[in-house]
Design a protein around this ligand. Structure first.
Ligand code: GUN
Length: 277
């Protein structure tokens, strides 16, 4: 078998066009504020891509760049201001934050109704309780990609490798909400292969290039690669794509799989935050 390629770029283009059409119908423009602290080069690139996508969709966006040495108090004050700002409907704090800033405290300060990433603990808790009012962009993009390709989730064995708050945990909750039987694996998992071999849906969100090899994949699985590590100037996923595509039913490429879906879901979430004014 050779896998169907889950073309995230193509699906994302369709979603972005739909968002643009929706924005054009609205008298008031949705507004997104992106906050970035420090000089993390990857974060700068991601935020730049998010802003460009907003601009193309007709969404108002502003970027708040704080220096690496900014204090937690300064960041909290900025978030408070954005929470009150009537032209801003969606707030994004790009992660990771510098070590001296308490991430949990910052994410909790973002107004629940403006939390475009679904990282506020209230929204994370709602997701864990089965309420998907505000869900993180990458997990939402993964589920949408599976749904767009009519890959049935209910009753399937889903294995998520990685337990981050940004991807692993929330995507596991979303799979559970759709009646998958979900296993979450992580760095302390004994015999990872024993779990992944059993996965009808395998999601790799670790950041270790090509760690998922063909022998770890079940025939006919859907394989979703969230990894993006720069290796010799090339973005490399967590999955050994060339070998695994010969076994999987469908697989996401890197780049062009999950990445573009994250951005499309950010735009969709911005519209949703605009709806709840
Ligand atoms: N860092 C890595 N992924 C994300 C994301 O989806 N949102 C934010 N805010 N930061 C990230």
């Amino acid at each position: 078998m050779t896998a169907t390629i889950l073309d995230g770029k193509a699906v994302a283009e369709r979603i972005k066009a739909a968002v643009k059409a929706e924005v054009a119908k609205r008298r008031e423009k949705p507004g997104l504020a992106a906050v970035i602290v420090g000089e993390n080069p990857a974060s700068r690139v991601y935020v730049g891509m998010k802003q460009k996508a907003c601009e193309e969709a007709g969404i108002y966006s502003e970027l708040h760049k704080l220096p690496e040495k900014a204090t937690e108090k300064e960041l909290l004050q900025l978030i408070e201001r954005l929470n009150e700002d009537r032209k801003i409907h969606a707030i994004l704090v790009q992660l990771p934050l510098p070590k001296h800033i308490n991430e949990e405290k910052i994410l909790a300060a973002v107004a629940v109704e403006k939390d475009v990433d679904g990282f506020n603990p209230v929204n994370a808790g709602k997701l864990a309780a089965g309420n998907e009012e505000a869900v993180p962009c990458t997990p939402k993009g993964i589920i949408r990609l599976l749904e767009e390709h009519k890959f049935e989730i209910g009753g399937k064995n889903a294995v998520v490798v990685g337990r981050s708050n940004i991807v692993g945990r929330p995507v596991a909750m979303m799979l559970l909400n759709r009646d998958a039987t979900v296993t979450i694996c992580h760095s302390k998992t004994k015999d990872l292969k024993q779990h992944t071999k059993n996965a009808d849906i395998l999601i790799a969100a670790v950041g270790k290039p090509k760690m998922i090899t063909a022998d770890m994949v079940k025939d006919g699985a859907a394989v979703i690669d969230v990894g993006t590590t720069k290796l010799g100037g090339k973005l490399t996923g967590d999955v050994d794509f060339e070998a695994v595509k010969k076994k999987a039913a469908c697989i996401t490429p890197v780049p062009g799989g999950v990445g573009p879906m994250t951005i499309a879901m950010l735009l969709e979430n911005t519209i949703e935050r605009h709806n709840v004014r």
